[in-house]
Design a protein around this ligand. Structure first.
Ligand code: C5P
Length: 231
């Protein structure tokens, strides 16, 4: 059944899904890889649409696949699909430009984090609503982290207590994200990095193990298992 979005919601969610996903091996673009018989993007959008504050969803698709992605998502939720760019940052900028007037909170969410629970969209949006301009979901780092130099020789041990692994959705006051993209220089791998460059404080909130990024074959196997447990 097609989900209904909330016409009184204050949140737009941008889903960059235009990457090739070479780390998963050859085949379809990563967002269209199958997980439990459905593309990652379908899983991701279904969970975005289940978050009660969501007013608008904009997906950036591979330029050659816009019509196919539109067709794919039509039964899932009302979604605007735009062509993505050569870099993730360009795909996000294209999606941001397609957000209609209204929502003042913008979340940016990677399609590769296909099992992210609806509650995480709500908790990130709630933090922005309560006054933070930029909010990222994070997990503590469990491994010991070493800095290495030439020939894989260890240069030092980083203090793990001060490190966080960053997930999506990343949440922003709309005007702050728009200004950061307008001023953007070299492409970065996340949007919080762009607003940091503008001197905007970024708040961390608790992330979710289920928001794992499905990047390598092992992640796909783990996600398949999680799906069978009802995720
Ligand atoms: O390559 P990476 O794993 O960092 O990609 C993160 C997300 O950005 C993926 O959902 C991918 O589809 C998206 N992306 C995009 N446009 C690009 C490159 C990546 O929308 N040109």
């Amino acid at each position: 059944m097609t989900a209904q979005l909330n016409p009184r919601g204050d949140v737009a969610v941008l889903v960059p899904a235009a990457g090739a996903g070479v780390r998963l091996g050859p085949g379809a673009p990563k967002a269209l890889r199958l997980l439990g018989g459905e593309p990652l993007l379908v899983h991701a959008v279904r969970r975005v649409a289940a978050a009660p504050s969501v007013h608008t969803i904009v997906v950036a698709a591979p330029a050659a696949g816009v019509a196919a992605v539109r067709e794919l998502l039509a039964p899932v939720a009302p979604v605007t699909v735009v062509p993505g760019g050569a870099e993730r940052q360009a795909s996000v900028a294209a999606a941001l430009a397609a957000v209609p007037p209204g929502p003042q909170i913008v979340l940016v969410h990677d399609a590769a984090r296909a099992l992210t629970p609806p509650e995480l969209f709500e908790s990130v949006a709630a933090a922005v609503r309560s006054g933070d301009d930029a909010v990222i979901p994070v997990l503590p780092v469990v491994d010991t982290i070493k800095q290495v130099g030439a020939a894989e020789m260890v240069l030092g041990t980083v203090d793990r207590a001060a490190l966080r692994a960053v997930q999506t959705p990343q949440g922003f006051r709309r005007s702050v994200l728009a200004a950061a993209h307008a001023a953007a220089g070299d492409p970065l791998t996340d949007d919080a990095g762009l607003v940091e460059k503008q001197g905007v404080p970024v708040r961390c909130v608790p992330g979710s193990e289920y928001a794992l990024k499905i990047t390598r074959p092992f992640d796909l196997a783990l996600a398949e298992h999680l799906l069978t447990t009802g995720r």
